[in-house]
Design a protein around this ligand. Structure first.
Ligand code: 1HE
Length: 260
């Protein structure tokens, strides 16, 4: 689980929050093969106490994307396997055991945006900017971006970003759906941790449904989606924790909506 360019830490009274920080500021947290594999390993081996995770980047930028120094070494077959390696790693982030919150600031570009788009919640501070410089580097996205990014902002906006080099700033990014939260400069990590603590209070099976079932239902034809939803709903509500929580509300012991 250890890699010199990644910091891993558990937070919270019950060690329920995993903080994963890209720590390669000198290269703007560019994602080398070793870093991608370390991310995969971390999400495959999260301690059982963890209920939510936060991904952050050291220094003024979240992530400058693929380590371009490594790209020069690759032929076509190696490129194919490399892309599939990214897919496997980011699949572990998106479909891992817990919801993942990205704390964005500065550059969220190329593979950095692909990583962010594999997370479930994105919190951006005012310095954040989004770009897909692959278009001008003569390459294409390879970390799942062509699948995930259009789901956030639409295929037309993604095509424009790659064709014209368009950069979205933090405000525009929030408006078009890159991030669900926009906070003042320097506050993305704290906000992400606060959200993670809130997420960690949910019943684990509810979080499981949101991570595992919701994106799959979104891909299904409506008829199959309704059926999957019904099965997931039945499983979630049959758990003892759900019964306990519903009972607490009916007895007047649970928080009302909008009140903590
Ligand atoms: C890098 C990388 C990198 C910086 N790979 N080394 N991504 C890009 O095309 C983005 C390229 N990076 C930039 O545009 C800028 O670096 C930033 C806007 C992110 C930050 O600018 P700045 O002025 O703060 O830093 P810098 O001086 O440009 O970079 C500092 C060092 O990091 C410098 O190395 P140094 O040895 O000269 O100090 C840079 O070369 C290095 N660096 N970004 C390698 N990306 C699965 S497919 C995904 C495909 C992609 O992600 S393509 C998009 C790649």
């Amino acid at each position: 689980m250890t890699h010199p360019d990644i910091h891993f830490e558990l937070r919270g009274d019950a060690q329920e929050i995993a903080v994963i920080r890209l720590a390669r500021d000198a290269k703007r947290n560019a994602l080398s093969d070793g870093l991608i594999l370390a991310l995969r390993d971390i999400f495959e081996t999260l301690p059982a106490s963890v209920r939510a995770a936060v991904i952050d980047g050291e220094g003024p930028h979240f992530c400058a994307g693929l380590d371009l120094a490594e790209l020069q070494e690759r032929d076509a077959a190696q490129g194919l396997h490399h892309s599939r390696m990214w897919h496997a790693a980011l699949e572990r982030v998106q479909f891992g055991p817990v919801p993942v919150i990205a704390a964005l600031h500065g550059a969220v570009v190329g593979g950095g945006l692909e990583l962010a788009s594999a997370c479930h919640i994105r919190v951006a501070d005012a310095t954040t900017f989004y770009a897909l410089p692959e278009g001008s580097r003569g390459i294409f996205v390879g970390g799942g971006g062509s699948v995930r990014i259009p789901k956030l902002i639409g295929a037309a906006r993604m095509a424009d970003m790659m064709l014209t080099g368009r950069v979205y700033d933090a405000q525009e990014g929030e408006r078009i759906g890159m991030a669900q939260y926009l906070v003042p400069e320097g506050q993305a990590f704290d906000k992400a941790c606060a959200l993670a603590l809130r997420v960690a209070q949910n019943a684990p099976l509810t979080n499981y449904a949101l991570v595992q079932a919701l994106p799959r239902i979104a891909e299904q034809p409506a008829d199959q989606g309704y059926f999957t939803e019904a099965m997931m709903a039945a499983i979630a509500q049959s758990a003892p924790e759900a019964k306990q929580r519903l009972g607490d509300f009916l007895a007047g012991h649970a928080a009302k909506v909008g009140k903590s």
